[in-house]
Unconditional design. Sequence first.
Length: 263
Amino acid sequence: MKIFRMLITIAGLLLLWAAIAALLDLPKFILPSPLIVMEALVRHAGLIAENAITTATEILLGLILGVMFGMISALMISAYQPVKQWVFPLLIASQAIPVFAIAPLLVLWLGYGIAPKVVMSLLIIYFPVTVGFLDGLNRTDPAWLNLATLLQKSGHKGRLGDLVRLYRYIKIPYALPSLASGIRVAAAVAPIGAVVGEWVGASSGLGYLMLHANARVQTDLMFASLLVLTLMALLLYYLIDHGLRRALPWLSDQDDTVTQKWS
């Protein structure tokens, strides 16, 4: 059903785009019509596909690493107060620095290969995953925490073992919906880091292709690359959303309840 609504939305936007291009009668190098863009997409299919694979690899690697480091950071900040005092301010400060300011440094340090683009994606993905998961860990129902405290006192286990069990059986399961929300946000913004990195310095990728097409006034190729990037981002988001709903089926039940309430 969601895919059907998405297709209707895309079709509506394409019709609006075609209407604007026809009514305003703009030059092709300013706003090409969807038909011209589709022709460029077919004509340059091999070139676009080759660069799309590079960008997709950067996005997926950045997403995997960003989610992994985000989860580890959230667990450390939640479990150990000294880590929170030192790491959390750095986490906030990292978001105050524009990504365009960091990208040239990463290219200088890591070269023009795939590494700086993956790191750029990681940096953008890291924050929403960390904050979302940390918020879920900190919002654990106090009744469950009180029960865990009583069981720990009666069991006479070690402190570290008690902490591990507390997170394994109570805090982490309770925080999974918040983590899922953070991952969804991360999936939506994941392409930004890769494309920004390709704009600053790269030899392949959709961002690189768009930059060079713009310099050569190949607006149709630039729009075709942008269209492929948009479709990749939508596909990534819906695949992750579907995977999260399969892994956490109670989230679907909550969403259905909210939908019925407001429908």
